[in-house]
Design a protein around this ligand. Structure first.
Ligand SMILES: [Zn+2]
Ligand SMILES: [Zn+2]
Length: 168
């Protein structure tokens, strides 16, 4: 059997490829997401990393990579009609959050919060390249072995709140 082809390292994926569109898909390929934004990789940094408990659970990881973006810039294709939503009522803000995922492979895709009308929070792990994040939230929950992310602003809890001053 031929070895399975692994994905391409982000360093080998030129950002020029995403001048018009950044596209990714879930693990099983049923859900495709494309972001149409010419400034994803130029100018201001975009997106944030989050260490809050809910983001960690959804990501299945010590940190989640999120991008808050205007809904009209995002196209989601659900070719098998299996896109599912879990209504998360146990949020830190107390607002109910829609957590959308692939109903076949379980891959988290996006969240929708009443706090951000007209916007969605995309889960960035499905994309071949992720824009450099602007900030890191809930840094108090970082694992002790994590290193610093270069030039990423760190906040103790919510983004743009108290600056994180813990050990790194
Ligand atoms: Zn899937
Ligand atoms: Zn979070």
């Amino acid at each position: 059997m031929a070895p399975k082809k692994l994905d391409t390292p982000p360093s080998e994926v030129p950002v020029s490829r995403f001048e018009n569109e950044l596209t990714g898909s879930c693990l099983c390929g049923s859900i495709s997401v494309s972001i149409q934004d010419k400034e994803l990789f130029v100018g201001k940094k975009r997106g944030h990393l989050c260490h809050c408990a809910n983001c960690r659970k959804v990501a299945g990881s010590h940190v989640a990579s999120n991008l808050l973006i205007e809904e009209e810039k995002v196209k989601i294709e659900d070719k098998n009609g299996i896109f599912k939503c879990y209504l998360d009522g146990e949020t830190l803000s107390g607002n109910k959050l829609e957590r959308w995922f692939c109903g076949q492979c379980g891959n988290p895709i996006k969240s929708v919060s009443p706090l951000y009308p007209g916007k969605v929070i995309l889960k960035m792990g499905i994309f071949p390249r992720i824009p450099e994040p602007e900030a890191e939230a809930y840094s108090v929950n970082r694992q002790v072995w994590e290193g610093r992310n270069k030039d990423v602003k760190m906040y103790a809890t919510k983004n743009f709140g108290d600056v994180y001053t813990g050990d790194l």
